[in-house]
Write a protein that binds this ligand. Sequence first.
Ligand SMILES: *Cc1c(COP(=O)(O)O)cnc(C)c1O
Length: 468
Amino acid sequence: MYEPYKIKVVEPLPITTRAQREQALRAAGYNLFGLRAADVTIDLLTDSGTAAMSQDQWAALMRGDESYAGARSWHRFLDVVTETFGFPHVIPAHQGRAAERLLFGALLPTASGHTVPSNAHFDTTKGNLEVLGVSARDLPCAEAADPAKAAPFKGNIDLDALRDLLAGSRPVPLVMLTVTNNAAGGQPVSMANIAATAALAHEAGVPFYLDACRIAENAYFIQQRESGYEHTSIADIVRHMCSHADGITFSAKKDGLANIGGFLATRDEQLAARARQLCVVSEGYPTYGGLAGRDLEAIAVGLREVLDADYLRHRIDSTAFLVAELQARGIPMVLPAGGHAAYIDAAAFLPHLPLLQYPAQALLGEIYLEGGVRGAELGTVTFGLDGTTGHEQPAAWELVRLALPRRVYTRSHLAYVADTIGAVYQRRHGIRGLRITEQPLVMRNFTARFAPATTSVDTAAPKVYQGT
Ligand SMILES: *Cc1c(COP(=O)(O)O)cnc(C)c1O
């Protein structure tokens, strides 16, 4: 489908030479986080906070009421959030992770040693639990294990594993589901799985929350794939998803179509009161939560626009288009196409590289050199190092993620991305691995520096390089 919008403001793309890119990549230590955006032509690093706002959002900014308390903008935001999701209590926050901290701080202050399960926790969710001494447990469904296997709802939680965990001896104070499942390839969760998860949690007397960052995209997949919902509007599916939950955390940088913002929404009045207290201490007065009035306005408009069926059809079609174009060039992809990103199986793309020579990271550098396209690593660099012991092992999956910012790139940009990666695929046998020259022990994917591996690619034994 064609873009359901036309262009009113343009931002020129930086167009660079291969020599410039070689220099930039070396200077960045082969870590694409270290590049200047001005050296990147097509930036698919993340879909977070990178959306293009609509004319109505830009117009709404002018209405921003910057009153400290009880601003008009807060009330417009509150009305849209309660109507969209159906929860009576809303606490704004500057990002999704801040909303997580408010939820966990209010709900789990003494839960050290407890376990919180999810289909797959996002890394900030996991981090916010772990700082409280709570263990974050991922329980993905069986179909999620095979990247190439197409199934309609690979984001589902494993209900049997959840049942066992709830019956076990370790206390479970909260059950979560991430929709769509970011860590598992942007795959959706079915309404049936949401309802069954809620039932198990509630039978066990445990609250159930959604990490709802991409709830509109998930709702679109339910409408397209789950029987009984083909004639239900996206707005109704979203409310129905939420009707099973006790509350949600939300990052407005994803399906809020805004560049910043988030919130916690809940039915639990006492929890909301505690979260508001935490909000005053760390985010701001609970009618702005670390956001400017104009940010609240942009989110309020964005939440309406993101439920539009034409917007969502184009959005999900774009991701499917990119995946299909890459597949047509022989590139091994995670299937089926998810919501917000295309995922390349880098281990299958570069089977001659040992996993401890970081094939996904090496591939990212080659894609950048080829055409100035920036993606992100979701593999051994991101997940392979145990920050407490310093022990390194290959991650379960070795993926390159190409995340699509909302309403930013057109079909011809995506075709260019496919051509760029297709050209890299043609010369894949000559691609060398990387070694780490410096790294921190925690979240090294952001700041680690690399150099080309010194051993020959065919004979190199996997080797653990500890940072300096
Ligand atoms: C981005 C994201 C978050 C955190 O939101 P921020 O606004 O980046 O803090 C939480 N969960 C999921 C699934 C996300 O994708």
